[in-house]
Write a protein that binds this ligand. Structure first.
Ligand SMILES: Nc1ncnc2c1ncn2[C@@H]1O[C@H](COP(=O)(O)OS(=O)(=O)O)[C@@H](OP(=O)(O)O)[C@H]1O
Ligand SMILES: Nc1ncnc2c1ncn2[C@@H]1O[C@H](COP(=O)(O)OP(=O)(O)O)[C@@H](O)[C@H]1O
Length: 223
C-alpha cells in the first residue's frame, strides 16, 4: 500500500476504532439542500504555493455569499494552525493532512454546503481518495496551473527565496514533488494570450461552472 510504503498507516487502510456502529437517521442531505436552494459540493483547489488558491477561493466565496449561498472555506495555512497543527510537511504528514481535510469537507458537503478547499495537496493519490470519499458529482477539482516561475516571482511569504537559499527543506516544487491533476474539472491558468488573468476573472469562471452544473439551485423534487 502506498501509504504504508510512506511509513504511515491511515484510517483508509487500518481501522483503529473497534466496536463502533454507523448511526443512520440523520436528516437527508436533499432536505437540507432544498431548504438552502443549493447542492453540497467540494471545490478542491490544488496547486503550488503562490499559485493563487487562497486568493481565488476567497474571491469565489464572496461572490457566492453575494448570491445568497451558504459556504465554508478551508485553507491550508489556517487549518494547520488548529485541527492539523500536529502535522508537518513529510509525505506521510501531507497525506494525513489531506485525509483529514477530505473528511471535514465531506461533512460540510453532506450538509449541503458549498465547500471551498485550498491546499497544495501535491499527491494525486491523496486527492483521488478524497474524490472517492466525497462521491461522484460532488467533487470539483480545480487545478491552479501556474508555472513555478510565476509563483516564485510572487513569493508573498518569501518561502521560495528561503527554499532556494537552502534554509527551507522539502518545499513543494523546489525539492519536494507536485503531481499535476490529469482530469481536473477546471483548469485555471495564470496567463492568456500573454496577458495575466486576474483572480476576479478566475472566480467568475468557477461561479459560472457551479451555476451551469446546478450546484447553486436545490435538488430536483423527488418523484
Ligand atoms: N515545505 C513546505 N512545502 C510547501 N508549503 C510549505 C512548506 N512549509 C511551509 N509551507 C506553507 O504551508 C502551506 C501549505 O500547506 P498545505 O496544508 O496546503 O500543504 S499540503 O497540502 O499538505 O502539501 C503553504 O501555503 P500556500 O502558500 O498557501 O500554499 C506554505 O505557506
Ligand atoms: N490571478 C492572479 N493574478 C495575479 N496575482 C495573483 C493572482 N492570484 C493570486 N495572486 C497573488 O499571488 C499571491 C499568492 O496567492 P495565494 O492566493 O496566497 O496563493 P496560494 O494560496 O496558492 O499560496 C498573492 O500575493 C496574490 O495576491
Amino acid at each position: 500500500l502506498a501509504s504504508a510504503s510512506r511509513g504511515m498507516a491511515t484510517a483508509y487502510d487500518v481501522g483503529a476504532s473497534t466496536n463502533i456502529k454507523w448511526h443512520e437517521g440523520a436528516v437527508p442531505t436533499e432536505t437540507k439542500e432544498t431548504s438552502m436552494q443549493q447542492r453540497g459540493c467540494v471545490v478542491w483547489f490544488t496547486g503550488l504555493s503562490g499559485s493563487g488558491k487562497s486568493t481565488v477561493a476567497c474571491t469565489l466565496e464572496h461572490a457566492l455569499a453575494d448570491a445568497g449561498k451558504i459556504t465554508a472555506l478551508l485553507d491550508g495555512d489556517n487549518v494547520r494552525h488548529g485541527l492539523n497543527s500536529n502535522l508537518g510537511f513529510s509525505a506521510a504528514d501531507r497525506e494525513e493532512n489531506i485525509r483529514r481535510i477530505g473528511e471535514v469537507s465531506k461533512l460540510f458537503a453532506d450538509t449541503g454546503i458549498v465547500t471551498l478547499v485550498s491546499f497544495i495537496s501535491p499527491y494525486r493519490q491523496d486527492r483521488d481518495r478524497v474524490r472517492e470519499r466525497v462521491g461522484k458529482g460532488r467533487f470539483i477539482e480545480v487545478f491552479m496551473k501556474v508555472p513555478i516561475a510565476i509563483c516564485e516571482e510572487r513569493d508573498p511569504k518569501g518561502l521560495y527565496k528561503k527554499a532556494r537559499a537552502g534554509k527551507l527543506k522539502g518545499f513543494t516544487g523546489i525539492d519536494d514533488p507536485y503531481e499535476e491533476p490529469l482530469n481536473a474539472e477546471v483548469v485555471l491558468e495564470a496567463e492568456k494570450d500573454g496577458k495575466r488573468i486576474q483572480p476576479e476573472e478566475q472566480a467568475r469562471v468557477l461561479l459560472e461552472y457551479l451555476q451551469s452544473k446546478g450546484y447553486l439551485q436545490g435538488p430536483p423534487p423527488a418523484k
